[in-house]
Design a protein around this ligand. Structure first.
Ligand SMILES: Cc1cc2nc3c(=O)[nH]c(=O)nc-3n(C[C@H](O)[C@H](O)[C@H](O)COP(=O)(O)OP(=O)(O)OC[C@H]3O[C@@H](n4cnc5c(N)ncnc54)[C@H](O)[C@@H]3O)c2cc1C
Ligand code: SF4
Ligand code: SF4
Length: 441
């Protein structure tokens, strides 16, 4: 009886990394940070020392080096195998990068898009529903369920509201310990659910609560977090592309967290459009009984004192008409003409940062990157140049009317209607016209 032995497929040698003398420009240890097996040490002069015995030949340092200072080194024997493989008809067994394989395996365990439903004493924050709208698109691209994460006491009604705003499932933790938001309790609760159900995307409002909670969770579960996103999309590798202003708003950066899960983002209120509400829509509630022991929570809520300043404060984010003034208003008393127009329209007065910094308007009126993001039906910008930091806070308004005496002002680039002229003539004229129209009606 003869035995047929199949010849093992030849393996392609991977080689080891080697530094080319005199080529390193000491770029800041990019090679070191790219190495998955920590086999690169840096000298005091910023050049790498590669421990070849540990090198697995992944070529990451070669690819990342900006000055092609690292090459792959093959022994004479390995070079001979490479030469034979190049001429051989036998298929080469491709070696799988062990690090990439391990990452892919971990990432595959995470599925689903979650939206944290922020609530205070059972009242939901509007941004949660906006995020469900944004999450629906992500879930559809990923082919997964859109889920709500509801934590509080007596908050089951929020699961139903979440279904009406597009969620298919709601994870519910309902217990007395979650009555008031406390970082420790909520972080424990969220991390418990994340570890148990492994979502691949978590969205939270960039509110005081959301910012606090998201940062603490990301640290605990050792993943990435992108704050204040203005755009969210999915790439062809299931990565969340998180777009946000960077470098003071002068560029838009798209950030990805491709090696860790869940991918976490916060989004400011009014950035994403409110989805249509489907009354009576149903979904599945997953009740989890995990309760953080009260004695383990160091923060105690003794009394809730309402902010007395908030009495006179105006929430410009909910307004349908905003008339904003900038440095072109020249003086605080001149904002009275904007208030008159706002009164006629039933709107509120907003401001650019310059006007706020000058002390002409209160900080809660500021629109923009470091102020509020607004999405009114009509935004009237008066004497505002249209710096990018202002535009990111208002450019998604349904209609933008810009009044500026400089026809080259950037605000006209986002304006639906532009009026080139002196605001001190244009604004009172508009107010007068509206009054006349109202009287005739
Ligand atoms: C990190 C960072 C964050 C920032 N965050 C914000 C933010 O959240 N919000 C924000 O607004 N800015 C922000 N800024 C500041 C921003 O860069 C601009 O400096 C600011 O928006 C300019 O305000 P402005 O348009 O009122 O003033 P200016 O740029 O000085 O423009 C005044 C405009 O008024 C016009 N004008 C003057 N007189 C008249 C008149 N009589 N009639 C008609 N038009 C007139 C002028 O032609 C001019 O276009 C930020 C900056 C940085 C670096
Ligand atoms: S080839 Fe890969 S394992 Fe080797 S030194 Fe470079 S990064 Fe590290
Ligand atoms: S990445 Fe290249 S240039 Fe940068 S430190 Fe390493 S070898 Fe030098």
């Amino acid at each position: 009886m003869s035995e047929i032995q199949s010849k093992p497929k030849p393996k392609k040698p991977r080689g080891v990394a080697r530094l080319l003398e005199g080529k390193c420009i000491a770029c800041g240890a990019r090679c070191q940070s790219s190495c998955p097996v920590n086999c690169i040490e840096m000298t005091d002069s910023g050049e790498p020392i590669i421990e070849t015995g540990k090198c697995i030949g992944c070529q990451k340092c070669v690819k990342i080096c900006p000055s092609t200072a690292i090459e792959m080194f093959f022994t004479a024997e390995e070079q001979q195998i490479l030469a034979e493989l190049a001429t051989s008809a036998v298929p080469v067994e491709e070696e799988i990068d062990p690090e990439a394989a391990a990452i892919a395996k971990t990432l595959a365990e995470y599925r689903g898009v979650w939206v944290f439903v922020e609530q205070t004493e059972g009242e939901p924050a509007k941004v949660s529903w906006e995020l469900l709208g944004a999450g629906a698109g992500l879930a559809s691209s990923l082919g997964v369920e859109l889920c709500a994460l509801v934590i509080g006491e007596n908050v089951e009604h929020l699961c139903r509201e979440a279904f009406e705003h597009g969620a298919a499932k709601a994870y519910l933790l309902d217990a007395a310990v979650y009555k008031h938001y406390r970082t420790e309790a909520y972080v424990e609760a969220c991390c418990h659910l994340i570890e148990k159900y492994k979502p691949e995307v978590i969205l939270m409002g960039a509110t005081g609560m959301g910012r606090d909670l998201a940062g603490a969770i990301a640290t605990r579960v050792a993943t990435g977090l992108t704050a204040d996103c203005t755009g969210l999309a999915i790439d062809d590798k299931r990565n969340l592309m998180q777009t946000r202003p960077a470098f003071g708003g002068n560029i838009m950066a798209t950030i990805m967290c491709d090696k860790y899960r869940p991918q976490m983002s916060t989004v400011r209120p009014n950035v994403m459009p409110m989805p249509e509400r489907h009354e009576g829509a149903e979904g599945t509630i997953i009740r989890d009984t995990f309760v953080v022991p009260e004695e383990s929570v160091l923060t105690k809520v003794i009394e809730i004192i309402r902010d007395s300043h908030s009495k006179g404060a105006v929430d410009i984010t909910g307004a349908e008409f905003i008339i904003s003034g900038g440095r072109g208003m020249m003086a605080p008393e001149n904002f009275a003409i904007l208030q008159e127009l706002a009164d006629e329209l039933g709107g509120v007065v907003g401001a650019s940062r310059s006007a706020v910094d000058a002390g002409w308007m209160a900080g809660d009126r500021q629109v923009g990157q470091t102020g509020k993001t607004v999405r009114p039906k009509i935004y009237i910008a008066c004497g505002i140049s249209g710096a990018i930091q202002h535009l990111v806070g208002m450019q998604d308004s349904d209609m933008v009317i810009a009044i500026n005496r400089d026809s080259g002002a950037p605000i006209f680039e986002v304006a639906t209607y532009g009026i080139v002229g002196d605001l001190f003539q244009v604004v009172p004229a508009i107010t007068k016209k509206i009054r006349e129209m109202k009287q005739k009606a």
